[in-house]
Design a protein. Structure first.
Length: 526
């Protein structure tokens, strides 16, 4: 745990990618293999489920410290993170526990079979044998909230540099269904026998935002143009009679789309299709908010399946009868995909539309009109492009329509975490509904460090109420909020939710009387 704590501290102390890679390599050179496997698991989202009620942890910490509840709440409000608050208020340890990360993780996983009394004994003993940083990591591992500022690309680059393996092979190896206690570090690194089952997906090929004039891309006949859809990017896998659907976020989502699974089961052969899962009714693509209603449910009722049917818009074929097609150009893969779907004609799966055009300037009008069909814009794919792991600049571009914007007022603020724990960085915004203000979006990005400090100063001076770490503030600061889509939702009091909201700019030239009215905002919904 000591080595792992030093790694986390090193990663949290820098924004430089190369420094993060060096810290990871230094850890890998020192850690035992079992710890390395758990390190990869934790950094790729394979965290164990929460096995300890966080309220119990709070109660046990208060019993140890004898702090009054109000003081704990004040501390929690200031820090903004329960695990960090507990780590800070506990007295110094009287013992020193030296155990590996894998030993800690095994015990944390096994807590699910323990009684509350056994959990308490384990946690109190652990707290008394760990220093502050180790306690903080321990608490986060217990709570299932372990997050660190290292991208998948940075992790893969570090593992590539450490192992001298190809990055694409490593990415492929780390995806899919594997458990830390069932695979060795060498198997992960060598990309051999890691996923003996049929479910293993491929790393997704991603696009860069278009940063060139269209004329600089070459001639139009060198490019395949499709609509960019706002759904769930997924790989639909059929191997040896088994069907799996993976999201781009490496989540297995097969059971959330039973109609797609059933359609694929009826198809012949073995294949891996890359496409977009969308809510489609009466041949019209529905708003993403409708699709979102189907996600993460334990059961899908017949009514929901009927009201929010889904389809897959297929746009690539990555594997056919066990043959990896990713090294073929997209023009060839597309032809094979068309043949596959033409022969099978599956329900709920159809080819994505390839947009026919002769001159680049024809695309301007098509892109501008894409919002009318709930598309985000256009995808531009070079016909000779391979299916790369991750992004490769120049082959695939996404050319999105300009975001929608509204003017809204800040009404709630909460401090961030990590390096931002001293400042208010999490904001909730509202629009007008008659003479009332109703919440419409949360946003966490878009301001400079200087502006964040200025907003934090305003919040400290103008806080009206406290709800745990959240502050209600005087409705004075107006911001222009950009977003990709909008739909009806019960998430906010406005009855409306924004897709990917972020702060575009601070409108110091506007007052709260000039923010948008809810009824006008609703007119943006398609």
């Amino acid at each position: 745990m000591k080595n792992f704590a030093e790694l986390i501290n090193a990663l949290e102390s820098t924004n430089k990618t190369n420094a993060k890679i060096d810290a990871i390599i230094d850890y890998l050179e020192r850690a035992p293999d079992n710890d390395k496997v758990w390190f990869i698991a934790l950094f790729t989202g394979k965290r164990p489920k929460r096995n300890v009620n966080s309220n119990y942890m709070k109660e046990w910490a208060l019993d140890i410290t004898q702090l009054p509840f109000w003081l704990f709440q004040e501390s929690y409000s200031s820090v903004g993170d329960l695990g960090e608050t507990i780590s800070l208020i506990l007295p110094p340890p009287t013992e020193k526990i030296e155990r590996s990360l894998s030993e800690w993780m095994d015990d944390i996983v096994n807590l699910k079979n323990k009684t509350d009394a056994e959990k308490k004994e384990f946690i109190l003993t652990s707290w008394n044998g760990l220093d502050y940083t180790e306690r903080l990591i321990f608490n986060k591992l217990l709570g299932g909230s372990f997050r660190i500022g290292v991208s998948d690309k940075t992790l893969i680059n570090a593992l590539t540099k450490f192992s001298e393996q190809e990055s694409s092979a490593l990415m492929h190896s780390l995806m899919g269904k594997w458990l830390p206690n069932e695979v060795s570090f060498q198997e992960l690194i060598d990309a051999e026998n890691v996923n003996p089952d049929n479910s293993k997906p491929y790393p997704f090929c991603l696009a860069y935002p278009l940063e060139k004039d269209l004329d600089e891309l070459g001639t139009p006949d060198e490019w395949q143009i499709e609509y960019k859809w706002d759904g769930i990017r997924g790989q639909i896998i059929k191997r040896n009679g088994e069907v799996f659907i993976w999201s781009r976020g490496e989540e297995l989502i097969t059971e959330q789309f039973p109609e797609v699974k059933e359609a694929v089961e009826k198809m012949n052969g073995n294949f891996v299709i890359d496409g977009e899962i969308l809510a489609v009714k009466d041949d019209k693509v529905l708003n993403f908010n409708e699709l979102q209603k189907r996600l993460n449910r334990k059961t899908l009722t017949k009514k929901m399946l009927s009201e929010i049917p889904v389809e897959v818009f297929a746009y690539d074929l990555l594997e056919l009868e066990g043959n990896d097609l990713r090294e073929k150009p997209i023009s060839g893969r597309r032809a094979m995909l068309e043949e596959l779907l033409l022969n099978e004609t599956p329900e709920n799966i159809k080819l994505s539309e390839v947009i026919e055009f002769n001159e680049w300037n024809e695309l301007d009008k098509i892109r501008e009109a894409s919002r009318e069909i709930n598309s985000e814009g256009l995808m531009l794919k070079q016909k000779n492009s391979l299916y790369h792991s991750g992004r490769k600049k120049g082959d695939w571009w996404k050319w999105k329509i300009n975001p929608l914007t509204i003017d809204a007022v800040l009404i709630y603020a909460q401090k961030g975490s990590g390096r931002r724990s001293a400042y208010y960085t999490d904001y909730t915004f509202a629009v007008k509904n008659g003479d009332k203000l109703v919440t419409i979006a949360k946003a966490y990005s878009g301001l400079t460090d200087k502006e964040i400090m200025e907003v934090s100063k305003f919040v400290n001076k103008n806080a009206i109420e406290k709800f745990g770490p959240v502050r209600t503030v005087k409705a004075e600061l107006v911001f222009e909020i950009a977003f990709e889509g909008i739909g009806f939702s019960s998430r906010h009091k406005s009855g409306v939710a924004l897709r990917f909201p972020r702060i575009l700019r601070w409108r110091k030239d506007k007052t709260v009387d000039e923010i948008d009215e809810l009824e006008e905002v609703k007119k943006l919904i398609q």
